[in-house]
Design a protein around this ligand. Structure first.
Ligand code: TRP
Length: 362
């Protein structure tokens, strides 16, 4: 599963190619020597998580955690406001995401869950970091450019242009050396490495105060049931928190094609291929085998079997989520304890850096 990094785009940059080649090696190392690594990853707090998040990243985070790799998960609430969306639903999102984490098997005793906005020293690191990157480096970040284009906004916020530097602070405050994420995160990791290198050179005599983290590439994310990217506004995502009935309803509406014979053909039949991929992830059975089991019984049978498989797979996760849903105090306590730990580490890092920068005045 971890080695399935088949992006199939044919136009990868050299650094992405390197990253694709590196990831299986890193997985191996992580399993053999968990003590050598500190993992930092997380998400924007824009709502509950779906099964694309699950198969793309949550599942492998739980594996890393259970191998004994130290892990930090950031709820990036400041990054959620890069395009100046309303903040009204941030609290609800934070709550829902923590519930999702716990439901899939993240254990707060092993994994630190914290949120951006409550770690002042982390945020303060952004200022020295900003001082070592140029405007043109900020402006040529392809992920940021794409987000700006997609948002269709008339103007671009300063936070939008600079959030990759903020993300560098997320990663470096705790000296994370591994960052699991999709290929869209690569430009952010590259700028993080640049910042680490420049700060080390300028203030630590080239010693490694900050590590130069590596991206641990996650498998390409599943498409939504309409064949487009799974997204909140598109109503095409199966959420972890959905009921079995809601899941069935959604899969029923999934886009297919007019060919009655079910085959796995990702190039010519992307929608069917996507459904088969999900079916395979939930059953552990190979794609071609699943396709040949259905054959000319068509998309209706595929959908029926898929619905069963998804609901079966997520049943225990959903049950756990439902049990925890009313434990509001517990959820906030987990966040509070994570924040306390993150604050201790961030304060220490900032203090060491300030000292190296001759900015500790008394
Ligand atoms: N940029 C990430 C996303 O859009 C979220 C994120 C914020 C993140 N801070 C991070 C990911 C630090 C990895 C490490 O999904």
């Amino acid at each position: 599963m971890f080695n399935d990094l088949n992006y199939n785009t044919g136009n990868e940059t050299d650094s992405l190619k390197e990253c694709i080649a590196r990831s299986p090696i890193l997985w191996n190392e992580l399993e053999k020597h968990p003590e050598k690594f500190r993992v930092l990853t997380g998400e924007r707090t824009t709502g509950a998580l779906h099964i694309g998040h699950y198969f793309g990243s949550l599942k492998s985070r739980v594996t890393l955690q259970n191998w004994g790799v130290e892990m930090f998960l950031v709820l990036a609430d400041y990054q959620a406001i890069t395009d100046r969306i309303s903040t009204e639903r941030l609290k609800e999102s934070v709550f829902e995401i923590i519930l999702d984490y716990l439901a899939v098997g993240i254990q707060p005793k092993k994994t630190t869950i914290f949120c951006h906005s409550m770690i002042p020293a982390l945020n303060q690191l952004m200022l020295p970091f900003l001082s070592v990157v140029s405007m043109s480096e900020l402006q040529r970040n392809p992920t940021v450019k794409e987000e700006i284009a997609l948002s269709g906004a008339k103007s671009v916020s300063g936070l939008m242009m600079t959030y990759p530097v903020h993300q560098a602070a997320d990663i470096l405050f705790c000296k994370g050396n591994i960052v699991p994420g999709g290929k869209d995160q690569l430009p952010h990791i590259e700028i993080t490495r640049l910042i680490a290198r420049r700060i080390n050179n300028m203030y630590f005599n080239e010693k490694k105060f900050f590590p130069e983290p590596e991206l641990l590439l996650s498998a390409p994310i599943l498409l939504g049931i309409d064949g487009r990217k799974m997204g909140k506004s598109l109503h095409n995502a199966i959420y972890l928190k959905m009921t079995a009935d809601e899941t069935a309803q959604l899969i029923k509406q999934a886009k297919t094609d007019s060919n009655i014979n079910i085959t796995y053909d990702p190039n010519d039949r992307p929608e069917i291929a996507n459904l088969l991929r999900l079916y395979s992830l939930c059953t552990g059975i190979a794609l071609e085998v699943l396709a040949s089991q259905i054959e000319d019984r068509g998309a209706a049978v595929l959908k029926r079997n898929l619905t069963e498989a998804v609901n079966e797979y997520f049943k225990p996760i959903r049950e756990r989520r439902n049990q925890l849903k009313s434990e509001t105090d517990l959820i906030w306590k987990i966040l509070k304890e994570g924040n306390i730990k993150a604050n201790e580490i961030a304060n220490q890092t900032l203090s060491d850096l300030s000292q190296a920068m001759h900015m500790q005045y008394y």
